[in-house]
Write a protein of this length. Sequence first.
Length: 464
Amino acid sequence: MTVPSRGAFIAFPMHPPEETIVALSTPPGRGAIGMIRLSGPDALAVAQSILKLRANAQIEPGKTLLATIRGRDGEDLDTGYVTYQPAGRSYTGEDVIELTCHANPVLVERILEELIASGARPAERGEFTYRAVLNGRIDLAQAEGVADLIEAPTGQAARAAREQVRGDLSRRIDSMREVLLDAIGRAEAALEFGEEPDVATADCALDGRIAALSEQVEAFVATYRRGRLLREGATVVLAGRPNAGKSSLFNRLLHTERAIVDAKPGTTRDFLSERIDLDGIPITLVDTAGLGAAGDEIERQGMQRSHGQIEKADLVVLLCPYGDALGESDRHLLTAAGSKVLPVTSKSDLAGVNGNGNGTGGVFVSAKTGAGLAELRHLIVDALSNAPAPTQRELLVTNARHHEALVACRDRLRSARAALGAGATEEIALVDLYAGLKHLEEITGAVPMDAIYDRIFSTFCVGK
């Protein structure tokens, strides 16, 4: 089958697209409204077989009608709304019917049974979106954005997914593709018509164009460190000696009294963890038992668990109170965990009492007053992404598959430049340039990739 704007696709193992499919598109369970979606050439006929409309009413494109939903035995099952979008104007590019009813699991199951008996087939995971790709309504990168939008854990992650769904990523890839096609054209011309003066002049600019594109791809690749955090999140552990202010900071970052706080050291005997939105990044924040000399067996086990959490953490925030010197456990952690430790001076509100700082350095924070917390949040995100936050919102690479393809393209561009620099003919460079082009096209699905399609759409939910 051919997609008008994107080239040829090979369908991953699924039923024929000529069949009409049906699925519940809202979450299963009880609720006010459930939406059942049909897509395919017989969607309208299948829906009409179980609907009773009001006198003189007709199902028309783009209009929503109230209808009675009936069983094959003539029993009225429910009253709901039906909306029809014809082929070419719908999400999938096929005739689509969306039928809403009351979200009672028994009722929904009965309606689905009636629709299946009337000629529809239960949809596979992601089959609606797959058909949208197959029919040229969206490309593969946009389809993956749909899945990301459904699963987005934070508002910023949802924003990044929306940008991908509306085609921002695809347009960026297409612009790179056009530059690469131009470079390929110049290389082909130099190879075939190298004796012509105009071609020789154009050949001089080939290396510069490849270099500029390589830098552009490299800059885009670099955004993955931050983009990955939006999609996958990270684990941040609060560590330090007993009574260093870990639980107070934990509660402050959570905006709730989740951990017990007391002036007596050793209050936290085991670790606590909660998921938070930290400047748009989904973070699992872990409050641990204090490190140092154990007073009893329970404290010893608590410290063992603390070390276990520290080993698994993406970042460790090491707290040392203002006015206190670094302890042996602090110095050991700084040495052992190295670059994944963010030193923080806690209890900075005591500055007027103790007068001097400590050797921890880093940001000064106070869980009591909130001082330094905004800076700490930014430093945590920057440390996790190994890069400062962008001054303005930028398009990020959030998908590992896209990142792999961009890295492969970048490497091919570097190889092409190296070949030209070593005096190789354009024919040698073209091998790498065409390979780089293929890697770019893999992102939007402009090349046949049946195995990748199968892997991607099998992760979707049924009904999408």
